[in-house]
Write a protein that binds this ligand. Structure first.
Ligand SMILES: [Fe+2]
Length: 454
């Protein structure tokens, strides 16, 4: 059933949808009386005065307005593993390369809200600049409650288990290999048809994801706007005594009761919407002769800062693709980066790590901390003779959240039994291959011993 959902399409498009024909007011947003006796309500995703090309808002036409609820109270016990202010009191700084094994599934009934925990992040949701990287492990659908994140946008990367997400714009279905973006302020509820579920979430404060510029690539390639899918209007007109809205506000959870479903939007229009994207539709580009493009060539979505080309958070993938570069060390190169890289693995084996980096696990390489292929990958690559043959990387899907802001790490992530304390060992065996007298051959086939010495 979930697989049969129909969607609208188009990234950033101004869309409209009616669950009942005629429910959408024509030619104005806020008539004296809306069709079908509905209430008009706007959801603003940017300031009213943001430039037109950046402005995002939607209009909902709903059975009762979302304001119809009792006061907010702190959730007790809440979720103490959510952070939105990253400072010395809440988190720790470390330049060490970190890697975590996949979190184990719990037998305790846990829904998406309770199963969400912050791993690291930077900045502040209150100051509208920064991000948080979370993971979730859950096994139970949200029942009788909806989540609303007032702090930022969620980019959800399911790694295990399907997600069936009801939003104010309609229903979305996502499975591992797809992503979902729920913008700030949307109320949503997640059902888990498979039970055990695990995944990653990037949360951004103060901005929204957009498609990266393509530069010399031209007008086509990478993620195509039409492949981003938006739900169609869906509503339920039902009485729900004690329905709970759980609102994340400054990293804390608050709850408010109401007696109806928040998914009561009969029609909507606008460009501020939740959406999903199938990562298999990504059209990768790379070198066709030698060397590497930088990983930014695989950017699916980017959240900008005010500095041109400097991301608050990029979402980058490493999908199946052909490697054809000649005379080239094809795995990722060794490097140190002024940006910070958080990586996850959805399935398969990542090309730079022969073992230890597992699906559902994660790694964090912070600003200027060196990293690259492990010893096994390096030795296996340079010992292969067929390195010039085209090779198709298959059966793997890794991704990276990359940010210009340096993250601080949550204490529970540093104390987690899943933390791989021997991570550094994957590089410690890299040995010197240096030999002053060693014969080498350049790209023209000339031996170093044949080159006249001056
Ligand atoms: Fe890197």
């Amino acid at each position: 059933m979930a697989e049969e959902l129909e969607y609208l399409s188009g990234f950033g498009a101004h869309l409209s949808s009616e669950a009942i024909p005629g429910a959408l007011p024509r030619h104005q947003n806020n008539p004296l009386l809306c069709p079908l006796g509905l209430y008009a309500e706007q959801l603003s995703g940017t300031s009213f005065t943001s430039p037109r090309h950046l402005n995002q808002c939607s209009w909902f036409y709903r059975i009762k307005p979302s304001v119809t609820h009792e006061p907010f109270y702190p959730c007790i016990p809440g979720n103490k593993c959510l952070i939105s202010e990253f400072n010395q009191h809440t988190t720790s700084a470390t330049p060490t390369q970190l890697r975590w094994r996949p979190a184990e599934f719990s037998e305790i009934p846990t829904d998406f809200i309770d199963g969400l925990y912050t791993v690291c992040g930077a900045g502040s949701s209150f100051l509208r600049h920064g991000y948080a990287i979370h993971m979730y492990v859950a096994n139970k659908s949200m029942e009788g409650r909806a989540f609303c994140n007032a702090d930022g946008d969620f980019l959800i990367v399911p790694q295990h288990g399907k997600l069936f997400i009801t939003t104010e714009c309609g229903k979305l279905y996502a499975q591992p290999g797809e992503i979902v973006v729920i913008p700030q302020g949307f109320r949503f509820s997640i059902d888990l048809p498979d039970g055990d579920s695990r995944g990653y979430v990037a949360e951004i404060f103060g901005t929204h994801f957009r498609l990266p510029d393509l530069g010399p690539i031209g007008a086509n390639g990478l993620a195509a706007p039409r492949d981003f899918l938006v739900p169609k209007a869906w509503y339920e007109d039902a009485s729900y005594p004690n329905y709970t809205i759980v609102q994340k506000f400054g990293g804390e959870l608050f709850m408010a009761k109401q007696d109806f479903s928040p998914f009561n939007v009969v029609a909507w229009h606008g460009n501020y919407v939740p959406y999903k994207y199938d990562l298999s539709k990504f059209c990768p580009f790379n070198t066709v002769l030698f060397d590497h493009a930088d990983p930014s060539i695989n950017t699916v979505l980017t959240a900008p800062t005010y500095k041109p080309g400097v991301a608050l958070l990029d979402f980058v993938i490493f999908p199946p693709r052909w490697l054809v570069a000649e005379n080239t060390f094809r795995p990722p190169y060794y490097h140190r980066n002024c940006m910070t890289e958080f990586m996850g693995l959805i399935h398969g084996v990542y090309e730079a790590k022969q073992d230890g980096f597992l699906p559902g696990g994660a790694s964090l390489h912070s600003c200027m901390t060196p990293h690259g292929p492990d010893t096994k990958t390096f030795e296996a690559t340079i010992s292969r003779n067929e390195v010039n043959e085209p090779f198709r990387i298959e059966g793997t899907l890794a991704f990276m959240f990359e940010s210009s802001l340096i993250p601080r790490v949550c204490q529970w992530a540093l104390e987690s039994p899943g933390l791989d304390k021997d991570y550094y060992q994957c590089w410690i065996g890299l040995k010197s291959h240096f030999s002053h007298n060693k014969e080498s051959v350049d790209e023209n086939g000339t031996k170093s011993s044949d080159i006249p010495q001056s």
